[in-house]
Design a protein around this ligand. Sequence first.
Ligand code: MLT
Length: 411
Amino acid sequence: MATINNHYLKLKAGYLFPEIARRVNAFAAATPDANIIRLGIGDVTEPLPEACRTAMIKAVNDMGDRATFQGYGPEQGFGWLREKIAAHDFQARGCEVDASEIFISDGSKCDCGNILDIFGNDNAIAVTDPVYPVYVDTNVMAGHTEDANEKGEYGGLVYLPISANNDFTAQIPTQKVDLIYLCFPNNPTGATATKAHLQAWVDYAKANGSIIFFDAAYEAFITDPTLPHSIYELEGARDCAIEFRSFSKNAGFTGTRCALTVVPKTLKGKAADGSEVELWKLWNRRQSTKFNGVSYIVQRGAEAVYSTEGQQQVKGLVNFYMENAKIIRDQLTAAGINVYGGVNAPYVWVQTPNGLSSWDFFDKLLQTCNVVGTPGSGFGAAGEGYFRISAFNSRDNVNEAMKRITEKFKV
Ligand code: MLT
């Protein structure tokens, strides 16, 4: 019999969102009349921007004409899309990112996991607690951890606790770590990082030869003009950081799939013989071997995000979800519930009322209000006693969910 990757057996229960879906489906089957409102997974609800749809329809027609038909595209993504991203998302903010350093992919989640392919198995890895579970689980799958303890913490990982006491921004570790996952605006807490905070991380990484994996999937939701959108806004980041971005949340591409990863050509890692190797070359090799690119149609849709109309329509979507976040914050605060985040991020991080555990609050909310959120403990031990509410939904659903929650849980 073929053997398996035993590291998978170390994983705790199911991946968080399928586990939530399992519980919700069971509840829905038992109570078919319940009008369930889903504010759990951060999945968008509003239609794709018109500019993107128009571009995709044109691209479909291109595929129907021998003269404009596209077969395999470049594994790294089409140059016309990469150039626009480099100019609009990076160079316009003073970041030195060249189009050739941008790799188009089908998702940040995939890239956050796949990036481990080009790193060794002996790196010390730091994650915040709570954290987006993909960072942890992909390291478990790759065999970079020991077993989990009863709190769900995996031996071999360095956990950096984040809480209201440190504004949900991790302290720079005292020990040396090689790989660091940072996510700002943060999933799940909705916290943000100032330039000074990120600069401290970059300085640490440069001093220790570490690499920062910077997940900027939610950068479009930043409303405070003083906050950095990219880690490359910080001095020295080209020598120590890889950045992940996505069209999922700003342009509604969760079902369409398009994202990007920036690997600067100045970034180096150490080979077994002690020599320094360009990480760009390894990632380029990895993508060329294991990936055939995002479809031409979808990349044309993503390109339209950078048109004048596309920019306006994406801004409209972002503003819409941020208004939802404000409603969630305001209503829960008025009901005496402590909330964090939701100002520069589409997630509101809620302290569970009456000292309920995260999963107890999840079950209660589902059963009594028919509202789904995400238990904080699903993001790590330090998320216990918290609950994440996503602003990605229709206005009617958000209003209705807040009405139900505040009536039931007024403190
Ligand atoms: C979340 O809810 O945390 C996100 O939707 C997960 C993701 O984007 O993969």
